[in-house]
Design a protein around this ligand. Structure first.
Ligand code: HEM
Length: 173
């Protein structure tokens, strides 16, 4: 969550653990995820259910209001503080083709979509590596040989074998 907030809003959103704004972002994401969960998806697959099951419209409207207030607040602060970092919001503002509401909606969408998904994937990866030390050693060797231990990997390292980590894992199950 902290990483993706910073990708969107730059250094203005380098929140520390325990920061109330960070927890507001967590709570909002969890609320949206709960609202868009299986019951909402079943309703979309079987529209007849929309007539039978109670409507969540009021909750959707309220979540949207909270989302616009929270991310709108961040955007307003971003503009006021004239943040100059290379980040999503600056790139979008420079192009000047989206309204504030569109920027807010995009930021909220990809912060929501990109935080819990990535966090749980990484948690699983760490759990699997801890349970398969022989693979952990291969991954470590690959990072050491192709990236080195002095920097983090980046997109230019995409052609190394590490990309096949999921293939190693899938051979075990
Ligand atoms: C391991 C990490 C991720 C997983 C497992 C994942 C999984 C998914 C899945 C399954 C969908 C399709 C949902 C559906 O159509 O019902 C989806 C859509 C989407 N994801 Fe991810 N995602 C991940 C990371 C990210 C990240 C990092 C971002 C943004 C920075 C992101 C942004 C989106 C967006 C915007 C959509 C909606 C696309 C659309 O409207 O068609 N996701 N993701």
């Amino acid at each position: 969550m902290t990483s993706i907030l910073a990708i969107a809003f730059g250094s203005m959103a380098y929140f520390k653990p325990g920061d109330p704004q960070l927890h507001e972002a967590f709570a909002l994401t969890e609320r949206i995820a709960a609202l868009l969960g299986p019951s909402e998806q079943i309703r979309e697959f079987f529209p007849i259910l929309q007539k039978i099951l109670p409507s969540s419209r009021a909750e959707f409207v309220d979540v949207r209001k909270t989302m616009v207030k929270f991310y709108g607040g961040l955007l307003e602060r971003f503009k006021k503080e004239k943040v100059t970092d290379e980040c999503f919001v600056n790139e979008i503002l420079a192009k000047g083709s989206l309204t504030d509401l569109q920027i807010i909606s995009f930021a909220s969408l990809f912060i929501g979509a990109g935080s819990e998904t990535t966090a749980s994937t990484l948690e699983w990866m760490i759990a699997l590596l801890a349970n398969h030390p022989e693979i952990q050693t291969r991954v470590y060797e690959e990072i050491k040989n192709n990236v080195g231990l002095e920097r983090l990997p980046n997109h230019e390292d995409g052609n190394i074998d590490i990309i096949n980590f999921s293939t190693y894992i899938s051979t075990l199950y």
